[in-house]
Design a protein around this ligand. Structure first.
Ligand code: AMP
Length: 497
């Protein structure tokens, strides 16, 4: 976009003076809702984007997640839509006027929740539609009429095809997390959706990075946009302390325990690269005494929302997740993010660590790097234009004896002595033993042969519960959190034997 129409783009920088919401002269119902949410001064993206959107200009926004970009687009759109506000019960009086498209269910849900709060004192109706849920309740809501529709592209197309919503009165479109939508392969869906919309409209595009594909998308669908950039694209927040530790295989779990303990961390996100790895790691950490929940693409929508709620309410300490599941989630005050696996795509590094250090708070980002990760580390260095120094982890001895429980990644190999042990012994000799910290409950001594006898499948008479599971449900015995799926009963597979 900037390549082809540079003279039509005003580049604003992040030196915009701090502005109070009061200076905006938002309509009373919106101002009241914003005040109730505790917003006093605008974040940089808000200070820059809100006035531009109020003027009716298209916007191409480069904003990190957690910068307040939902309010940056939602408040001015709602302010402009207030002229259509009415209390009529007729669906025809509430056509879709603003469409907000996002890549994932969680993000759509989160943005819709914020929009509901901003519109609390108006008659503007909002709704959210995303896949993985029954279409019927969504259809009923759409048929009643909504002015602001938040959606993921696939499910929106389902509703369009079922003629559950008409988009010929759309005046505003927001393509949020546009880079992620392209990564996921939503471009054809986006093109189809945009083809149903009136040409006369305001289009806002937000993306963490401005890749050539994003610029092409903007070129095709934005008119004379204002470029709003609050942080250098591909930049990480300066409030996040970043560490890269050299650590191999099962030592990663040990290192995670150690760092949580050393830092006195109560909660953290733990990112892994695969759904399978995510489920297995969550289960292992739970066995090792950490309250853990897993969030990955194979979880049902209901399970994902429950997992998020459990983390938000503090019921669990660790949210082990994959990139797709965690993109853009707004959970306040996540003190730390662990990259248990360094991401395959360096841009994901920026997104992952954007979960901590939000809204100026201090955050910690820890990445575990194994010997085979050299290329991925180099990718992050190139993207962030930094030189990464690998640090050793200082292990203590009084953490759960993880390594004797077997490898988490395949669950079959028995623990073997390797170079990592020698290093751990060296550190243990130097580092004095510290008293146990509160963050970690007494680790449950697992009776699960998954860890102690990984080669052997217990063959039990049909219906008999394996001893380790019986122990888990004994009164007083600690059971696995409801957020972690119980391990499949191996015995059930042998019923016919
Ligand atoms: P977002 O980037 O839109 O997901 O917003 C991140 C978080 O910051 C959300 O919890 C918002 O409610 C919050 N937030 C947004 N704008 C402001 C503001 N001006 N003052 C305080 N909090 C804000």
């Amino acid at each position: 976009m900037t390549d082809q129409t540079p003279d039509t783009v005003s580049v604003l920088n992040s030196d915009t003076p701090i502005m109070a919401f009061a200076q905006l002269q938002l309509a009373a119902p919106l101002a009241r809702a914003v005040a109730e949410m505790g917003y006093e001064t605008m974040t940089p993206i808000q200070a820059q984007a809100i006035p531009v959107v109020l003027q009716g200009r298209d916007v191409m926004g480069a904003a990190q997640t957690g910068t307040g970009k939902t309010a940056a687009f939602a408040l001015p759109l709602m302010q402009r839509m207030l002229k259509h506000e009415n209390a009529s019960t007729s669906p025809a009086r509430h056509p879709v006027r603003a469409l907000v498209l996002l890549p994932t269910r969680e993000l759509a849900d989160q943005v819709a929740e914020n929009i509901k709060l901003y519109g609390k004192y108006t008659h503007l109706r909002s709704a959210v539609v995303f896949g993985g849920m029954d279409m019927k309740p969504q259809t009923l809501e759409l048929k009643k009429g909504v002015e602001v529709l938040v959606a993921t592209p696939g499910r929106l197309l389902d509703h369009i095809e079922a003629k559950n919503c008409v988009l010929n009165q759309v005046e505003y479109v927001v393509l949020d997390e546009a880079d992620r939508m392209l990564d996921i392969g939503f471009l054809p869906d986006l093109q189809r959706i945009l083809s149903y919309l009136p040409k006369e409209r305001t289009t806002l595009l937000f993306s963490a990075t401005f890749s050539p594909e994003i610029k092409r998308l903007a070129n095709s669908y934005l008119q004379d946009p204002v470029l709003v950039e609050v942080a250098r694209s591909n930049a990480t927040a300066s409030t996040v302390e970043q560490h890269f530790y050299s650590v191999e295989g099962d030592d990663k779990r040990h290192a995670l325990h150690q760092i949580l303990k050393d830092r006195g961390l109560k909660q953290a996100f733990v990112f892994v690269n695969s759904k399978l790895g995510c489920a297995r790691l969550a289960r292992s950490l739970e066995h090792e005494g950490l309250k853990t929940t897993a969030l990955h693409g194979d979880k049902s929508q209901d399970e994902r929302l429950k997992a998020l709620e459990a983390f938000k309410s503090g019921e669990v300490d660790l949210l082990v997740c994959t990139d797709v599941a965690a993109r853009g989630l707004d959970i306040k005050d996540v003190p730390a993010v662990f990259n248990f696996d360094i991401p395959f795509h360096s841009e994901d590094y920026v997104h992952r660590i954007g979960r901590t250090g939000r809204a100026g708070a201090a955050g910690l980002a820890v990445t575990f790097v194994s010997k085979s990760d050299a290329r991925l580390v180099a990718d992050v260095e190139r993207l962030l234009k930094i030189k990464i120094e690998l640090e050793p982890v200082q292990f203590e001895e009084d953490l759960p004896d993880i390594r004797k429980q077997g490898h988490i990644n395949d669950g079959r190999r028995l623990y073997q002595q390797d170079a990592g042990d020698t290093r751990r012994e060296e550190f243990a000799a130097r580092v004095p033993r510290a008293p146990r910290n509160d963050y970690r409950r007494e680790p449950a001594r697992s009776q699960d042969p998954f860890f102690s006898k990984p080669y052997e499948s217990p063959v039990l008479p049909a219906g008999e519960v394996p001893s380790w599971e019986a122990a888990a449900v004994r009164p007083g015995a600690r059971s696995i959190s409801s957020n972690i799926k119980a391990k499949r009963k191996v015995a059930a597979l042998f019923k016919s034997v």
